[in-house]
Design a protein around this ligand. Sequence first.
Ligand SMILES: NC(=O)C1=CN([C@@H]2O[C@H](COP(=O)(O)OP(=O)(O)OC[C@H]3O[C@@H](n4cnc5c(N)ncnc54)[C@H](OP(=O)(O)O)[C@@H]3O)[C@@H](O)[C@H]2O)C=CC1
Ligand SMILES: O=C(O)C1=NCCCC1
Length: 318
Amino acid sequence: MNNLLYINEETVTKLLNWDSTFKAIEIALECTAKNRAIQSPRTFTKCPKTDSILLTMPGYLDNDAFGALGCKLVTATPNNATLPQPLPTINAHIMLFDDVTGVLKAVIAGTEITKWRTAAASAVATKYLTRGKKLKVLAILGAGNQGHSHALAFSHFFPFEEIRIWNRNKYKAETLVRALNLFANTGKFKCYESNKECVTGADVIVTATFAAQPIVERDWLKPGVHINAIGAGVNHYSELSPDIYNTSDVYVDHAEGAKVELAGLGVKLGEIGGVIAGDLPPPTLNQVTVFQSLGMAVEDCAMARLIYDLYVKQCQKE
Ligand SMILES: NC(=O)C1=CN([C@@H]2O[C@H](COP(=O)(O)OP(=O)(O)OC[C@H]3O[C@@H](n4cnc5c(N)ncnc54)[C@H](OP(=O)(O)O)[C@@H]3O)[C@@H](O)[C@H]2O)C=CC1
Ligand SMILES: O=C(O)C1=NCCCC1
């Protein structure tokens, strides 16, 4: 008998919600720092036919509510954005296994999950690294899928008065800003002409691009600003100028993975889960902080468990 489930993007999208996603990711980050997560650094396979990179991300998370054994397979293909009929540049599926028998239980579409869980990881990092700080202005550089999910997550979790968006292609930022203002019945989303203007005076910054050269400079930053640098996989830590890393407190999701992927960075890295667990002190008010998000397997395990449980519950009701 084969009980293997396939949960498609449409179903996943209906089941996702911000509060459960935040909880799942907070637990995944904390368990990572508490050695209740097993995940080797991920592998990168470059496809010679395209600019595509295939990442394999296996992991095991030990937790009653969100624990799971799983593996995400995800490709990053920046050129997909320029196809005559554009496709997402990040495409993912998550395999969820029974953690006792090792039998595959479900294959879960992971593109939408990747958008949500990455934005939730930034929101968790922002919550723990900005305690006691006034958060009025958010600047998002990048109006792609991650820019969009970060705008939604941050307006859900934080009372920002202004959410600025800049994109290399201005038309895309304008379109996103219009859609967000309409969706939230507000005028607080604003389109910015330049990346410098966008981040100047911001309390929190998100960089969510494929930029291979810095798009944020050190002397544009306000004291005490917190930055979530998301761009990863294709180019690592290239969105921020090197002197930002040298003069900030830098946190990552997964220290073991960062040793491999951020090997050239040459700065001390804290694990955000250590701050969540209370094992690392929170930063002081004027300290600039960076959450360098790599993306980690046990975030996807936690999300696969969340979606699987919600799906099974929904099927039982029907
Ligand atoms: N840390 C993590 O866990 C994860 C990280 N990522 C990373 O997040 C980033 C964004 O992904 P996603 O939003 O899905 O991708 P999209 O393709 O949806 O958006 C990409 C964005 O990057 C911009 N961009 C591309 N090249 C440049 C450049 N040279 N300079 C400035 N902007 C540029 C694009 O602008 P334009 O419209 O002008 O082309 C667009 O705004 C990628 O680096 C991806 O690998 C993704 C998932 C998880
Ligand atoms: O964690 C992920 O998922 C990804 N990280 C880097 C870029 C591709 C997706």
